[in-house]
Design a binder for this molecule. Structure first.
Ligand code: 3HC
Length: 301
């Protein structure tokens, strides 16, 4: 039985202010759990519309969290939501938002764009600032290859939906200092997550195991071995997963799924990660899953 718990930690940690770059699903979830834990957070995105959407979804999700946290004391719900929201700032400018103890990148899964961002952050951020990437599968060392502060750099990989999923993968880059690693582990705890440590290997732990499973499910669907609904029902009821593989792919985004598979193919050469026709087609048509209203399934927007 899966149990889900929202915990607000009171543990002391060196991180008091956080900047999250990228206001998508992941970025807004990371900002939410940070604010819930009492830390100040700035979300940076180039698109004001994405920032507005992030604020709205955070407000709604904070409400869900607060309802559970204060089920015996509902008078505290409103205050919790308001105080958490007050700790979240938004900005469209990276250069105005680097004055934090920790900066987490959650932008598009493209190596060159991430490298460019980290090189910029390395130059602009205060000396003590730790830089982290939330990449799903790209090599953390490659992302940070151009920065000077390699001892203050690593991976912090969250899972969707961030406020609910209790895991945080802390990825050790080649030159991370023990101090930075311990601070990352402590910070993860402070935002209510259970941390595991992983080397900088393709897909880390979760995506290394989830990606082949998900690819095989997409191929079964493509071949017509079973309907999408039946594949999902099979894994929910036959293996006890909370969601079937196809609904999960729609949930996290087919665009992201495609880029994870491409990175994994490139890094491992394993043919299980070869392109999948049905996935390529849906992505080409802009059908990314829930966030666009259609993927493998159709959704009410
Ligand atoms: N914020 C706050 N609370 C949320 C939430 C959110 N975004 N989404 C769901 N919840 C809460 C709900 O309020 C609900 O609370 P309750 O049980 O107390 O009523 C609880 O979570 C369950 O939600 P629902 O009743 O809406 O629906 P489900 O029971 O189907 O749960 C789910 C939804 C938590 C998403 C569950 O289906 C699940 O765990 N799915 C698997 C998710 C997963 O595998 N994620 C990892 C993907 S891989 C990844 O992220 C890696 C990256 O690199 C791509």
């Amino acid at each position: 039985v899966l149990t889900r718990k929202f915990s607000i930690s009171t543990s002391q940690n060196a991180i008091k202010t956080v900047t999250v770059i990228g206001g998508g699903l992941m970025g807004s979830g990371i900002a939410q759990v940070t604010a819930q834990a009492g830390q100040t957070v700035t979300i940076v995105d180039l698109e004001p519309e994405i920032l507005n959407k992030a604020q709205k979804s955070i407000q709604a999700n904070l409400g869900r969290v607060a309802k559970k946290l204060y089920k015996d004391d509902p008078g505290k719900i409103e205050g919790f939501v308001k105080e958490s929201l007050d700790r979240i700032k938004i900005s469209t400018k990276v250069e105005d938002s680097v004055n934090s103890d920790l900066i987490i990148e959650a932008i598009v899964e493209k190596l060159d764009i991430k490298q460019e961002l980290f090189n910029k952050l390395d130059k602009l951020a205060p000396e003590h600032t730790i830089l982290a990437t939330n990449t799903s599968s790209i090599s953390v060392n490659a992302i940070g290859s151009g920065i000077k502060r390699k001892d203050k750099f690593g991976g912090l990989h969250f899972f969707n939906p961030v406020p609910v999923m209790r895991l945080l993968e802390v990825i050790k880059s080649d030159h991370i200092s023990e101090d930075t690693y311990q601070t990352m582990m402590e910070w993860g705890k402070s935002v209510g997550k259970t941390c595991i440590t992983c080397k900088d290997t393709p897909g880390f732990v979760v995506n290394r195991l989830l990606a082949p499973y998900s690819a095989e499910a997409l191929r079964m669907y493509e071949r017509g071995d079973a309907s999408a609904e039946d594949i999902d029902t099979a894994m929910r009821l036959g293996a006890g997963y909370p969601m079937g593989p196809l609904e999960l792919a729609d949930y996290t985004g087919l665009d992201l799924k495609k880029s994870i598979l491409a990175v994994m193919l490139n890094e491992t050469g394993n043919p299980v990660f070869e392109p999948i026709g049905v996935l390529d087609k849906l992505v080409k048509e802009g059908k990314y899953g829930r966030k666009t209203g259609e993927g493998i399934y159709k959704y009410n927007k």
